[in-house]
Design a protein around this ligand. Structure first.
Ligand code: GLN
Length: 296
């Protein structure tokens, strides 16, 4: 019987890697586990359940190579070329923002609003990997999603993600916010019951842009003018032309922009304006209804 070698065992590999990863990431265990799940084609519960499982020498070699890339700063999503979001596995490239857990809050809120079996037309502006649009399309098969992005390269990734996840109640339009919508499709198709967006909202001068994984995201998906609100202002203003009566807008924003975004919504005559925290307790998603019929 082969004697066990702790240096090849999952538990030991993970503990050693965590010690090294502390210097480059706030989530060393998760990062390490995602690399190992990819190599072993197992889920994280396997790693937790079988710390004494031994990798073969080739697997250890691949793990060391991936770990080195992570230690050099490359985000896990770029090393693996994919990221889990909601219930989906999404392809990620340097042309797309790496989907964040914060954005799952927006998906959750949208799903709470969409009535059962509703056949809504829903627009996702700046779709990137398609994370929001594809999650909603999958959960609400009777709805139809229109997903836009200014970047042709990002849209190609989003289209691949639709195929990868077998989602067909969606179409993709290359568009700078709303501009391509009025050009490319008729009026009926440019009116929506719901508009969602995770636009760029970071201040151009924000020092965090030079730190960690965010350095690998496309800058056009991150920053939006001096106060970070340029694109949010455009989206709120122009949404009013593309929402049906009583339609709803959900917009992700920075942790310190909740009040300003709510004021912008009210200034554009949105009602029932509300702001919601993400799972870290930070204000993250603002919602408002447009031209809603008053209930007597
Ligand atoms: N939420 C991202 C971050 O804080 C930024 C993405 C965005 O601007 N929409 O890194």
């Amino acid at each position: 019987m082969a004697s066990s070698n702790p240096l090849l065992q999952l538990g030991q590999l993970i503990e050693d890697a965590i010690k090294q990863l502390h210097t480059v990431t706030d989530s060393p265990r998760l990062d390490c586990e995602l690399l190992l799940c990819h190599i072993l084609k197992k889920d994280r519960s396997f790693l937790r359940a079988w710390p004494e499982h031994e990798l073969n020498l080739q697997q250890v070699d691949v793990f060391q190579q991936l770990l080195t890339q992570r230690l050099q700063g490359t985000p896990v999503a770029h090393i693996l070329g994919e990221r889990g979001f909601w219930t989906l596995n999404l392809k990620v490239t340097p042309d797309t923002l790496i989907p964040r857990p914060d954005t799952e809050r927006l998906v959750e809120l949208a799903l709470e609003i969409i009535p059962d079996k509703a056949k809504w037309n829903i627009l996702d502006l700046g779709t990137g990997t398609g994370a929001i649009a594809l999650s909603l399309a999958k959960e609400k098969p009777a709805c139809h999603l229109t997903a836009t992005d200014k970047s042709a390269a990002a849209l190609k990734v989003a289209e691949e993600n639709a195929k990868r996840n077998n989602i067909s109640n969606i179409h993709f339009v290359q568009s700078d916010w709303f501009l391509g919508l009025s050009d490319n499709i008729n009026r009926a198709m440019s009116q929506f019951e719901m508009i969602v967006s995770n636009p760029p909202y970071i201040k151009e001068s924000d020092p965090h842009l030079k730190q960690g994984d965010v350095c690998f995201d496309p800058i056009t998906a991150l920053t939006s003018g001096a106060d970070g609100l340029d694109d949010i202002r455009t989206i709120i203003k122009t949404s009013t032309e593309h929402l049906v009566k009583g339609g709803v807008l959900l917009i992700e924003h920075g942790y310190d922009q909740g009040n300003e975004v709510c004021e912008l919504l009210k200034a554009s005559n949105f009602t029932q304006v509300a702001d919601f925290n993400d799972d870290n307790g930070n204000p993250r998603v603002a919602t408002g209804y447009y031209n809603q019929m008053l209930i007597n």
